[in-house]
Design a protein around this ligand. Structure first.
Ligand code: AMP
Length: 144
């Protein structure tokens, strides 16, 4: 049976680091650093996803506008057209989304609300676990 986002969230948890749209880039940089993560989701009314901001966006903003951009609100540098997935999305579909969209994070949406996030690291971990299980099954089969 194909592994889906629900299986991954059951294993890693559903917590997502979110920030409001008016947090400054410096405040968000501090959050990315202290939480050791690469992305935050910007949420608006009732926990709806209004954007995503990643370390890439931080580098881009500083390189194009200079360090004074760190005082600007995250809403000025976030991506608003966010590709989301659902709990039923398969790992293969996630890999397709990440490679065609050239991003490494996909928020999970359930009934219009943020319900988790999958990073490329989670996808790699899941693929490795799948390969290990296959190898174990093969060994058990051979051993009879
Ligand atoms: P990343 O590789 O995740 O650091 O993101 C690279 C770029 O894609 C940044 O500009 C992000 O804001 C954007 N991005 C990240 N995740 C998504 C997503 N799920 N949907 C749309 N854009 C995204």
């Amino acid at each position: 049976m194909a592994i889906v986002v629900k299986n991954m969230l059951d294993a890693k948890g559903r917590d997502v680091v979110t920030v409001g749209p008016d947090k400054t880039l410096l405040e968000v940089a501090d959050i990315l650093n202290s939480k050791k993560i690469g992305a935050v989701v910007i949420t608006g009314m009732e926990g709806r996803i209004s954007g995503i901001f990643t370390e890439r966006d931080l580098v881009r903003a500083i390189a194009s506008k200079g360090p004074s951009v760190l005082d600007q609100p995250v809403k000025s540098a976030m991506t608003t057209a966010v590709t989301r997935c659902r709990e039923e999305t398969t790992v293969d579909e996630l890999m397709g989304m990440m490679s065609s969209g050239r991003f490494r994070h996909v928020p999970v949406e359930h009934e219009g609300k943020l319900a988790g996030i999958i990073s490329i690291g989670d996808v790699v971990k899941s693929r490795i676990r799948e390969a290990e299980l296959e190898a174990e099954q093969m060994k058990a089969y051979i051993a009879g």
